[in-house]
Structures are given as structure tokens and as C-alpha cells.
Design a protein around this ligand. Structure first.
Ligand code: AMP
Length: 437
């Protein structure tokens, strides 16, 4: 078996820094299966990241040849860090007597929870690129991670997530139809905070649109969406064509029951079956541990929760709070089509529900009086054509009987027709002690 050429970045900013680095080189040389070829000069650099105030680093790069695997080399590096007195697991960006990162391991590309090779940030750190160049490494052709990776085929998505699963990563899925805004970004950020790898999907899904709906005119801007996914911290974006998702023989659909009755389900026949079908397909392809959906589309969230439970997908559905504009309007990809006057008028949805919420907070509990309050405020805005106003169970959205309501969710939908095209807006608000959704 041939030895692998590997490059390790070493650094120290506690104690006798040069002695720590020199000793690390000696100890590496003593490990059976590792030969130290040479190391760069040690250079001084400022600490990176948002750690506490701390001293400058001494850094360099060590070239080795090894018969060990990348994981074994990583483990040796961790053992030497511990030997130098570093507390492990180490805190990010905190001072340390010794830090050893694997930068390159032959031409292997490894994307595991505990190891990414090439190192994710090698090309952004002059204290790594400088010493590499000093050792004569041509850095130009070396692989750089530049998330998000754009994935366009179902096979590539399944392969990427299979790799992540094999590398012990937890996976978060954020399904969207693109034309992304801060609401979508919040979903990606929540997933980023909770999962090792995040994949956002962008698919304007024809099965979700009725014959007279806005499938063709739904706003699309992939470049802008990719930038937002990058800023939100997505590792990959799955943006397939319709043909990729559905081969010509495709004929299996998820039928949805009570959760899809009434409200959007009544006004958009077939819509939730389309949603459930594509979401089930995305779950099967990407096998996420968690999938993130906005409470903004509360009925969709209830349908997806039910579908996932009924079909037995082994994952957690996470509902995320509604992100609003400063004036209370819930962010939506369709808001761009509102005319200027309609845009101002559209805040009535939020105002109407907030007014009923305030009544609820003052002690009003009667279902019909709370609904009447929402309707009364909506009626003050002639530009809004109301599709429905409902007060349902807070999470399952089950119909509530007349009488007192202890906890629930107000849901409204209304049309505005004076802009570039007619726009239907949805919004909802939870009613419970201390409600603020
Ligand atoms: P869409 O692209 O409209 O299908 O939305 C994709 C996901 O983003 C869905 O789970 C939506 O509920 C969620 N979402 C859309 N708008 C918002 C918002 N203003 N706040 C939070 N989540 C949202």
C-alpha cells in the first residue's frame, strides 16, 4: 500500500508556542506509520473568529507521508493536542497550547461530522496558504468547499445525503418553492443551528398549483436564492427540474384526509395532495433527521405533520415562527406582486388578528366574538376580499365548537387584486396565554 501525502496545519497561542509546535513535529515523527517530510517556518498571526481576547498565534504547516487513514491521523492530532495540555473537546476560537488540523489528505474529499478534508476554510486562512506555498504546494488547483453545493438531480441528492449519513451527520431539510426571503432564511438558520448538514430545496411544484393558479408566473430567481441559502448557512441546495422529480411514468400520489379539509384545502382542490406527495418524495430522497416548515402556512404544516406520522417517516417536523415585515405583514414570495396601495392595505390581516389576540389577552374567550372581532377589522379595508376567517385548534387545526376557547389559532386568507396580478395572502396567529405568534 502506498503512503499518502498529507498536510497538517499546526498552531499555538498559549505557553511556549514554538516549543509546542516543535514538540508536535517530533511526536508525529515517532508515530509508527507517519514520516514527517518537512515543515514550513513558523509565522505569527492574529487570532481569527469571535473568541475572547487572546494572544497571537504561531502557525505553520507540516508535510507528512503516512500509511494511516485520515481518521487515524486526525485521532493522533487530537491525542497530541491533549498531551500539550489542551482541554478537549476544545471551545471554538479559544486560546490553546496546540491545534492540529488536517488540511489535505492525498486527493481525498471527506465530508464527515468530525472531519472535513480538505479543511473547510484552508483557502481563507493566510496562515495556512502562506506556509503551504512556502512548501511548494500549488494551491490553485486544490479543492475548496464553496457551499451551497447546487444539486440538480435526484441521484446526486440521494448520494450526497447518503455520504453525510455515513459520516454520522444529522441532516436538516428545508423545502421551499424559491423566491426566498427572510422567512425562508430563518428556517435555514434554525436548521443550521440544530443539524450538522442543511439542504434547502427549491422546487416550484406543478402538482401544488390548480389550473387557474399562478404556476407559470410564480417568481423565480435561482442566483439570488443561492446567495440567500449561502448566507443562511445551507450546505447544499437541491433545485431539480420537473422532469427530474417526476419521470413520465410517475403515477403515485399521497391522498390526504381531515387535516387538508376546509380553508386552503377547500379553496385549492388537490393542493395538499401535491404538497404531501412532493414532501414525501423529498423525505425519501434525502432521509433527513429534521424537516423545517413555517407556521406561516399553518395548514400545510398540519398536513405534513399528519402525513409524516401516518406514513412513518423517522424524522422530526419542526414548525418555525412567522417572520414579518416591520409593519406586521407576513413575509411571502407573492408580496412582490402587490400594488402600492394593496401593500399598505395588506397589513389589515395582521391588525385584525392582533386585535382579537388583544381581546383574548383581556379575557375574551368566546369563539364567535373573537371571530367577529377579526371580521370587523377586516371589513374596514375595502381592498381586501376575504376568503375565510377561522379559529381552529392551535396545532392540529381541528374545528372548534362554539363556546369558550382555551387555546387556538386564528387563520385568515384574503385576495388583493390591484397589483401586477391578483395576490392571495395567508396569515395566522396563535391564541394562548402569552401568545405572540
Ligand atoms: P414557500 O416557498 O412559500 O413554499 O415556503 C417554503 C417554507 O417557508 C414553508 O415551510 C413556509 O411556511 C415557510 N415560510 C414562508 N414564508 C414564511 C415566513 N414569513 N415566515 C416563516 N416561514 C415562512
Amino acid at each position: 500500500m502506498a503512503a499518502t501525502q498529507a498536510f497538517l496545519a499546526v498552531g499555538s497561542n498559549l505557553g511556549d508556542r514554538a516549543a509546542h509546535l516543535q514538540r508536535a513535529v517530533q511526536r508525529l515523527q515517532q508515530v509508527p506509520g507517519i514520516t514527517v517530510v518537512r515543515h514550513s517556518t513558523w509565522i505569527e498571526s492574529e487570532p481569527v473568529g469571535n473568541g475572547p481576547p487572546q494572544g497571537k498565534y504561531l502557525n505553520g504547516v507540516v508535510e507528512v507521508r503516512t500509511m494511516l487513514s485520515a481518521m487515524a491521523l486526525l485521532a493522533i492530532g487530537k491525542a497530541l493536542e491533549a498531551e500539550a495540555g489542551r482541554e478537549l473537546p476544545g471551545k471554538h476560537h479559544h486560546p490553546r497550547p496546540l491545534d492540529i488540523d488536517l488540511v489535505f489528505f492525498g486527493d481525498q474529499r471527506i465530508d464527515r461530522r468530525d472531519l472535513c478534508v480538505p479543511h473547510r476554510q484552508w483557502h481563507l486562512r493566510s496562515f495556512v496558504t502562506g506556509p503551504l506555498q512556502e512548501l511548494g504546494v500549488d494551491t490553485a488547483p486544490q479543492f475548496r468547499w464553496q457551499p451551497p453545493e447546487l444539486i440538480e438531480t435526484t441521484g446526486a441528492l440521494a448520494a450526497r445525503t447518503a455520504d453525510w449519513l455515513a459520516g454520522d451527520c444529522t441532516i436538516g431539510l428545508v423545502p421551499t418553492m424559491g423566491s426566498l426571503h427572510a422567512g425562508h432564511r430563518s428556517l435555514i438558520e434554525i436548521a443550521r443551528a440544530e443539524c450538522d448538514r442543511v439542504v434547502a430545496t427549491i422546487f416550484v411544484h406543478p402538482l401544488q398549483f390548480g389550473p387557474n393558479e399562478d404556476f407559470a408566473a410564480y417568481p423565480r430567481d435561482l442566483e439570488k436564492d443561492l446567495a440567500l441559502c449561502r448566507d443562511g448557512g445551507a450546505d447544499a441546495v437541491f433545485a431539480p427540474s420537473v422532469a427530474q422529480m417526476y419521470d413520465p411514468a410517475f403515477c403515485s400520489h399521497v391522498a390526504v384526509g381531515a387535516a387538508a379539509e376546509g380553508m386552503e384545502g377547500a379553496l385549492r382542490p388537490g393542493h395538499f395532495s401535491g404538497v404531501a406527495t412532493v414532501v414525501a418524495r423529498l423525505f425519501a430522497l434525502s432521509r433527513p433527521h429534521r424537516a423545517y416548515f413555517g407556521e406561516k402556512d399553518a395548514q400545510q404544516l398540519a398536513v405534513v405533520r399528519r402525513m409524516s406520522k401516518d406514513l412513518g417517516f423517522p424524522l422530526r417536523i419542526v414548525g418555525c415562527p412567522i417572520v414579518r415585515e416591520a409593519d406586521g405583514l407576513a413575509m411571502s414570495s407573492r408580496n412582490v406582486y402587490l400594488g402600492a396601495e394593496d401593500r399598505k392595505a395588506a397589513t389589515v390581516l395582521h391588525r385584525a388578528m392582533a386585535s382579537a389576540c388583544a381581546q383574548f389577552a383581556r379575557g375574551e374567550r368566546d369563539r364567535d366574538r373573537l371571530l367577529a372581532r377579526v371580521q370587523a377589522v377586516l371589513a374596514t379595508e375595502p381592498r381586501a376580499t376575504v376568503d375565510y376567517v377561522e379559529l381552529r385548534g392551535r396545532d392540529d387545526l381541528a374545528p372548534l365548537p362554539p363556546g369558550p376557547v382555551l387555546a387556538g389559532r386564528l387563520l385568515v386568507a384574503a385576495k388583493f387584486v390591484d397589483g401586477k396580478r391578483p395576490v392571495r395572502l395567508l396569515d395566522n396567529m396563535a391564541l394562548d396565554a402569552g401568545a405572540s405568534a
